[in-house]
Design a protein around this ligand. Sequence first.
Ligand code: SF4
Ligand code: SF4
Length: 254
Amino acid sequence: MLQPQFVQITRQDKIAEEDFYPMINAIYEQIWQTLLPPQIPTDGLTTKVANNLITPPDAPIPDCVTCGACCFALPCVGIRPGEEIPAENFWDITIEGENGEIVVDRYLRRDAETLGCKSLEIRNGEQALCRIYEQRPRMCRAFEAGSDKCRALRRAFGFEPFLTLEEMSEALEKIENKPAKSAPSETIREVKFVETETGELEISAYLKDGAVKPIHIFDPQTETWRQFEFDGLTLSQAKHLINSRKVNFSGNLK
Ligand code: SF4
Ligand code: SF4
């Protein structure tokens, strides 16, 4: 049974940051209380089949339409700039700044009753359908059916059999010996500050492997900020950079 204040928060369009993260943690705990034991830690598991450590590459790929486990069990799915999601399907997370409200981030909304993604439709108790499939965010697209994380969630929902003790011990050994990812600060080559075609100001990290990751975006028209999961700068550092670059909005910051 959900607490009344919890239901009230999940129905808002804009949620203060200090309310949001405790609520997400509570949703996560509440969902996982109803699931089977995960057997192995799910946090560090890959969402890409090509990066699987545990599942053999030739294992049959499960059918998402009869599943929906990830749409239900992962409560914090970010939406990035340019992703057009219907307004009733997301939340804006806000903090109060000196000049009024500032948008910090945007996430898929959870359903107040089921706690699953609001865009998830369970039809006849059998089919799991995404109501915004064509517009679903990149994070959803990047979560591949058949990946180690997908299968761990499916086991927790009882859609796939538990790992045997032998498989579990092999999996734990592989997870333990997995090469550690380098921290973002070690992989950043430089940070650039550019004006986008839509007039927004984007701070991006250019990584040593050639990838470009947006960190923060500022929209001067609405004076709102967006922050992304690649957390190379704090919001206050980003604001300082924007403020110190009012005349020329492009070029290197380092
Ligand atoms: S990606 Fe995996 S967990 Fe998610 S709906 Fe598809 S089969 Fe289920
Ligand atoms: S937007 Fe669609 S694919 Fe993404 S979590 Fe929600 S129901 Fe699943």
